[in-house]
Ligand binder design. Sequence first.
Ligand code: FAD
Ligand code: UDP
Length: 368
Amino acid sequence: MIAYDYLIVGSGLFGAVFAHEAHRHGKRCLVIEKRGHTGGNIYCQEVADIQVHLYGAHIFHTNNREVWDYVNRFVSFNRYTNSPLAYHHGKLYNLPFNMNTFYQLWGVHTPSQAQAKLEEQRGAYRHIEHPANLEEQALKLCGDDIYQRLIKGYTEKQWGRPATELPAFIIRRLPFRFTFDNNYFNALYQGIPAGGYNRLIDALLEGIEVRTDTDYFDDRAHWDTVAHKVLFTGCLDQYFHYEHGALDYRSLRFEHRHLTDTDNFQGNAVVNYTEREVPYTRIVEHKHFEFGTQPSTVITYEYPDNYSRGKEAYYPVNDEANNRLCARYKEMAAQLPDVLFGGRLAQYAYTDMDDAVASALKLWRSQT
Ligand code: FAD
Ligand code: UDP
């Protein structure tokens, strides 16, 4: 007997929103999750009264009023505004590139001075008409100072390749802001859920049957029989047995440290390390997401890592070859009317949390 209307594979934000909507509309749902906890990459672990973002810093930001109202129904958000710093050879620079950054780089005080300096920096690369790689593209957009200090090392670490071997399309555009404004995200709404992201996930999954430590692929034949429909939010290529080949990803490695000898390690939630020689890309100090006053602190070193099967697939590598391969898998997916595919892994796309919520709501509406 088929016991459920929907089997939802994966309890990340996408799966949780879809499950919530289906359950609310009277559908019988079962969520299975291969990790030992729900929430996917937004999961937080409480350490010394601090919400630690175990899988990387997560700041909710959106221009979508419907999505903002939706998540606020489950949890309240604080007023956190992301304003990361970049560390390079002993100096700190504000991000995103704005008047504070230009002042720190060149000592310029006004927008017109900053524009003139930027034009001068770009001047040396004006002859590049069709940038052949990321390095040429970046130099054409911002010149040497910004590229060498704030982009090159970070990007090469992140993607594991020299910038001259990375495609130009990764940075077709570099936003420059000619105001003294360190708000990283240009979003109308921004914040961190009070008490951490687990509250959001727990509220979404309330009343729904969830089995953690349960990998769909360990008993696929069984799981395919328990529900009328499956929502799959895992890796698309794995679903199709890597039939046409494996999709590429970048992975990450996180090193978490609880420091008991200080209550404030770096004075900011996120500091990027833009030198190639420093092996990590950033240090996150979690308490600052919630303006914490705890007596100790927890920091996380984030190291980019090559991906191989068994590791977490954090970033899709959306170059032409992978996008072509992904399109073939998506054609196969479209042939399966009783299997829905959603979320960042099944879409093979970098999606922010607000995209995950919006597209899960859209998918649910397509079912009704
Ligand atoms: P996931 O969270 O990955 O959930 C998928 C779930 O499916 C996982 O729990 C996984 O274990 C499970 N699963 C997979 N395969 C199986 C299987 N075979 N059987 C059972 N379960 C399975 N977004 C923002 O808006 N702001 C940010 O600041 C931000 N920072 C980020 C930082 C990093 C380092 C990364 C990697 C992402 C960041 N994001 C951010 C994006 C955000 O993480 C995603 O938008 C969101 O987590 C997507 O949710 P999801 O459900 O699609 O995927
Ligand atoms: N980036 C950079 N220097 C920085 C931060 C980011 O050059 O200090 C570039 C880098 O290529 C990176 C991209 O911008 O891959 C996006 O970085 P961001 O931190 O905005 O996104 P995330 O890695 O968190 O998804």
